[in-house]
Design a protein around this ligand. Structure first.
Ligand code: DGY
Length: 331
């Protein structure tokens, strides 16, 4: 990009984002932007490396790796990265910090949507809804049977949360009316303020594994949490437990999960996130009846995706003006 006489900051947008964000950028009178005008295919890496040259800011989504190569390609004008996501494992934070580039992200606006989908996935998995609809429409539905398609219920259960933040609290708030007996959680440190909102008890990682009837993963993917859900965790879980992951696929060792599910070490898993994404249809996890896999849709409601795009746009504009962003990552 050549700097123009207009004085407008130059922005590259790596995806056709929902309209509210684009409208904010268009009407700001502050920026001119180019975008990869598709939502179906991510921008090819080479195209992005060329298009970011000279940009003052970048608005991206979670499919784009923002690393040293990309930042080098953008060059010294780049001041702001605004990601339309709450997750930031696609950003090389060290590099961004070193270069003094500010980072906006989109927490909070997606909490309700993610919590709602997590509950839906949990119930779908524990009450075996996918198997049930399949049986109903493919002739498996014979007479009413006493133990056919039985699952596990939330009433009187212990629900464990791995990584207690806003989303974990919102999930627990939605599950409480199902008569859950106890909420437990683990994290790097206790989170008393959040825990008190849902009356959750802080336990060790092992206790979380041992006691949870439903274990919901809500932690961010970091070097510390990479594949933290592995055979060590699954081997400590009850054979009746349900494992749910709506955070990032990278926190799970999928081979170990396959083993735990296929040997009956745990009862079922509901995954909204996998490695890689999309998960190839030949992946062994797709062969398991007790594994429900969704294509990363936890925040996919019209209202939430528009709110995320608006927040990403506003973060970007504020960052470019040198003002505090609405939601900025502390680097
Ligand atoms: C995020 O924002 O990081 C979610 O995974 C997608 O909404």
């Amino acid at each position: 990009m050549q700097r123009e006489m207009s004085g407008l900051s130059r922005v590259y947008i790596t995806r056709q984002i929902p309209p509210e964000g684009l409208k904010i950028l268009r009407e700001s009178g502050q920026v001119q932007f180019q975008l990869w005008d598709s939502d179906d295919i991510p921008v090819p890496r080479q195209e992005m490396l060329e298009k970011v040259k000279g940009a003052d800011a970048l608005l991206c989504v979670l499919t784009e790796k923002i690393d040293a190569e990309l930042l080098d390609a953008a060059g010294p004008n780049l001041k702001v990265i605004s990601t339309m996501s709450v997750g930031f494992d696609h950003l090389s934070l060290e590099e961004l910090k070193r270069r003094g580039i500010r980072v906006g992200y989109t927490p909070d606006v997606l909490t309700d949507s993610v919590a709602e989908l997590t509950v839906a996935l949990l119930l779908t998995t524990s009450r075996r809804l996918i198997e049930a609809t399949h049986e109903a429409k493919t002739g498996g539905w014979g007479t009413w049977r006493t133990l056919w398609l039985c699952g596990h219920e939330l009433a009187n259960s212990t629900v464990g949360i791995l990584g207690l933040g806003r989303i974990g609290v919102a999930i627990a708030e939605r599950l409480a009316p199902f008569k859950v007996k106890k909420f437990i959680y683990t994290d790097v440190v206790p989170r008393p303020e959040l825990a008190s909102m849902i009356n959750a008890e802080y336990v060790s990682f092992d206790e979380l594994a041992e006691q949870s009837d439903f274990l919901s993963v809500c932690c961010a993917l970091t070097p510390e949490t990479k594949e933290i859900c592995n055979k060590n965790l699954f081997s400590k879980m009850k054979s009746t437990s349900i494992f749910i992951n709506t955070s990032r696929g990278g926190v799970v060792n999928q081979d170990d999960l396959y083993e735990a599910l296929s040997t009956g070490q745990i009862a079922g898993a509901g995954l909204d996130v996998t490695v890689p994404e999309p998960l190839p249809i030949s992946h062994p996890l797709f062969t398991l009846k007790n594994c429900v896999i969704l294509p990363h849709i936890a925040s996919a409601s019209y209202i939430t995706r528009n709110a995320m795009s608006a927040l990403a746009a506003n973060n970007l504009l504020l960052g470019l003006r040198g003002e505090p962003m609405i939601k900025e990552l502390k680097l």
